[in-house]
Write a protein that binds this ligand. Structure first.
Ligand code: SF4
Length: 184
């Protein structure tokens, strides 16, 4: 049975994405961003073990909240979070936001990391950079981090930012090869 190491579960938060969300805080992070809000989260052993089904039950208990994966970095446990995300999409109509220190392009370039993308609605990507900290930004800490509409980006072969007008779409293009997503 797949187990996930989880630091915390926060209900009805409004700071980890749009609307009310159940936030799942993953233990484990390799990015070591200077100024990180929670260095305690870097060690995967600091979390407690939960099965995918336990987490799914907790998420489904809240009828109205959507879901956010954060941490730490959920991509440290991408196999387990992919199973959880797949079940959320199969059994609920909830949206999923996911925070990560990896860039969207780094994730696309890895068949292991990109397995989760078909189930993620919005990805807040990139390391936290203290010199780019901006407290006016919504849902992110530094201005290098992007709020990526994952499904529009995958279907359009370019990074599409969440909630922005089409005229603000970033023009970075991906090769078709980069957009191959393999699912275990
Ligand atoms: S990615 Fe997030 S949790 Fe990881 S070191 Fe950077 S700020 Fe901290």
């Amino acid at each position: 049975m797949t187990k996930l190491s989880i630091l915390d579960i926060v209900h009805d938060t409004t700071v980890d994405g749009s609307g009310f969300r159940t936030s799942i805080y993953a233990a484990g992070c390799i990015h070591e961003c200077p100024g990180c809000h929670n260095p305690h989260s870097w060690n995967i052993a600091h979390g407690t073990s939960h099965s995918v089904d336990e987490l799914l039950m907790i998420i489904k208990e809240d009828e109205f909240s959507n879901v956010t994966f954060t941490g730490g970095d959920p991509f440290m446990q991408v196999d387990g979070f992919t199973k959880l995300a797949r079940k959320i999409k199969e059994e609920t109509s909830k949206s999923i936001w996911c925070y990560t220190g990896f860039s969207f392009e780094q994730i696309l370039g890895s068949s292991k990391l990109s397995q989760i993308l078909p189930f993620i609605d919005v990805l807040v990507d990139g390391k936290y950079i203290d010199s780019l900290r901006n407290t006016d930004l919504q849902f992110r800490g530094s201005s290098n981090q992007r709020i990526v509409d994952v499904q529009k980006s995958l279907s359009g072969n370019k990074v599409v930012l969440w909630g922005e007008d089409i005229s603000f779409i970033q023009q970075s293009q991906f090769s078709n090869q980069q957009l191959q997503v393999s699912i275990c």
